[in-house]
Every structure is written in structure tokens, then in C-alpha cells.
Design a protein around this ligand. Structure first.
Ligand code: AMP
Length: 300
């Protein structure tokens, strides 16, 4: 089954306590699409500027990501700069330049509207709603967001959450959105709005799935010893998660739990290199090997 992902395609400047890289390729759509392409066909809808050259399109094309829905506009691509703290788990945004992203109006190509798996990566919830309303035959919708939209467009975000199957948020976003300090209770509050499932991302501490009938599934992250750049871990988690679901073309508790494990494994590779470098190197065999390791680590 094939997937549509709508989100940002960007250039990022990333600073960790150990290194700095200027204007590397990034964006929520980029990471999630490459991760999803390990499992299924992916088409993306995004906007880039004139600085996004053929060499950049080729990176996506080499991963079989269909870029027909990427609009190229006059001006510069979205730019984000982040600086990681010593724990490599928390970061500050130093700069966000929206550039062509400011007037992004996702236009879904006709042949994308039939896709049954949709990942609404982090963009304005008004645009997420527009995309949702364009789709004709959805089977499963996953949705991400960020603190900015919870701050300034909470009502619109609630409208989105009402219409999706699963939301994926990090721990601080769960608390910020729900106003509840306890993560489990906060996730349950969000479920009351509509989504059957809530995934809580906890960075290096793993991920938890909350669902109907008391469903609770939690898994630690693979212990990466040399984290180079955590950027895109959440997006590649989400991309692998929906990629795995689309490959099974079926949704049940067992498949959702496995999808979380696959998301975890892929994200653990992403952080081993800058930008998408490591993510682009791996194959499904690497992912399966890592899952065997994870199994050993949690067996008792
Ligand atoms: P993650 O580390 O999974 O949260 O994803 C980081 C990616 O999100 C980076 O590559 C950024 O380019 C992208 N990003 C940062 N801020 C925004 C924003 N306001 N809207 C969309 N994408 C963003």
C-alpha cells in the first residue's frame, strides 16, 4: 500500500556539543519519507525554493520517494537551525526562516488522493485539515505537530485530532497540549478528542503506545553509544511506523506494536549520522538485525 506524507523539506544547520554542520538537508517530510520508503511506496507533498537543486531531488528519488507533489517556488527553502544540549536529547531552536514555507498551500496531485495511508508531518494544522479534506479513501492517518501550533492554533489542532487515527507527540507536547502532568493521563485526554491511538515519544528513553481497551505498549530505545545528530529521530520514527503499517495493509494491536518497534529501530540509525546520512545507508536487513538486538535487550 502506498503512503502520502505532507511536511517540511528544509535545510538545517545543526550544532551539537561536538560538531557543527551548515545547511544540510532536513525537514520532517524528508526524514519520514526516507524512513517509510524502507517499507512501502511513498509520495510527498512539500515546497522547496530555488536552492533545492537536482542533486537534492535525486537523494529522494534514489530512495524511490515520489517527488511529483513537491512545488518549487521562487525564493529560498525553509531553514531551521538547532543547538543540542550536552544530553543530546534536548535542543534549542536558534533560527527558523520560513521562506517559501510561509505561503505553502499543499496541492495534492489527483493520483495521490486515493492513497490510503497518510502521515501529516509537522505543518500548520490549517494545512493539515486541508490535506485531510482532499483525500478520498483513507485507511489510517498519523499526525504530528509541535509546541508552536499547540501555542497558537490549538483549536485548529483539535479539529485535526478529531479526524485522525493516531497522534505522535513527544512527552513535553503531550503535557503542553493536555495540561496534564502525568503522561499516561495526558495521552488518555488526547484520545478523548478522537484519535484511537496516541504515541508518546521519549527520545532516548523509547516510545509508548496508548490505545482502546487499556492498550499500553512501551519499548525502550536501542542504546546508541555514539549519537551524532538526533535531528529527525522523531520524523524517521513516524515514517517507519506508517511505512510498516502500509506494508501490512492491516491495522490491529499486534501490527501497531510491531510498527512501534520498527519506528524505534529506524530512528536509532538516524541519530548515528548527521542529517539523513546514516538513514540513507541502511537497508531493511539492518533494521531487522537491530530489532533482533532489541528483542534480546528486553527479554526476561
Ligand atoms: P525532529 O528532530 O524529528 O523533531 O525533526 C527535525 C526536523 O524538523 C528538522 O529537519 C527541521 O527542518 C524540521 N522543522 C523544524 N522546525 C519546523 C517547523 N516549524 N515546521 C516544520 N518542520 C520543522
Amino acid at each position: 500500500m502506498s503512503i502520502l506524507i505532507v511536511g517540511s523539506v528544509a535545510f538545517d544547520t545543526i550544532e551539537t556539543p561536538f560538531a557543527r554542520k551548515e545547511r544540510v538537508i532536513g525537514g520532517s517530510c524528508t526524514y519520514s519519507a526516507i524512513a517509510a520508503s524502507l517499507f512501502s511506496d511513498v509520495g510527498i507533498v512539500a515546497v522547496v525554493g530555488e536552492d533545492f537543486k537536482d542533486e537534492h531531488f535525486n537523494i529522494l528519488a534514489n530512495k524511490n520517494v515520489d517527488t511529483k507533489g513537491v512545488q518549487k517556488q521562487k525564493g529560498k527553502s525553509f531553514f531551521w537551525e538547532g543547538r543540542y544540549h550536552i544530553d543530546m536529547n534536548t535542543r534549542d531552536t536558534i533560527k527558523t526562516e520560513l521562506n517559501v514555507f510561509e505561503n505553502f498551500d499543499p496541492d495534492i496531485p489527483e493520483n495521490y488522493k486515493q492513497k490510503s495511508f497518510l502521515f501529516l508531518a509537522n505543518i500548520d494544522p490549517v494545512l493539515q485539515l486541508k490535506v485531510l479534506n482532499s483525500m478520498k479513501d483513507l485507511k489510517f492517518v498519523l499526525c504530528d505537530t509541535m509546541n508552536l501550533w499547540i501555542d497558537i492554533k490549538k483549536q485548529e489542532l483539535i479539529e485535526v485530532f478529531k479526524k485522525v487515527d493516531c497522534v505522535v507527540l513527544n512527552d513535553s507536547e503531550i503535557r503542553q497540549f493536555s495540561g496534564v502532568p502525568n503522561l499516561l493521563l495526558g495521552a488518555r485526554e488526547i484520545r478523548k478528542l478522537g484519535p484511537d491511538y496516541v504515541i508518546i515519544k521519549k527520545g532516548e528513553h523509547g516510545a509508548t503506545l496508548i490505545g482502546p481497551e487499556g492498550l499500553y505498549f512501551s519499548i525502550p530505545s536501542y542504546p546508541v553509544e555514539n549519537v551524532i545528530d538526533p535531528t529527525g529521530a522523531g520524523d524517521s520514527f513516524a515514517g517507519a511506523f506508517i511505512g510498516f503499517l502500509a506494508k501490512q495493509n492491516n491495522i490491529n494491536e499486534d501490527i501497531l506494536k510491531k510498527a512501534i518497534v520498527y519506528g524505534n529501530a529506524v530512528a536509532s540509525y538516524t541519530v548515528e549520522g548527521f542529517s539523513i546520512d546514516r538513514l540513507c545507508e541502511i537497508t531493511i536487513n539492518d533494521v531487522n538485525n537491530r530489532i533482533e538486538q532489541i528483542k534480546k535487550y528486553i527479554e526476561f
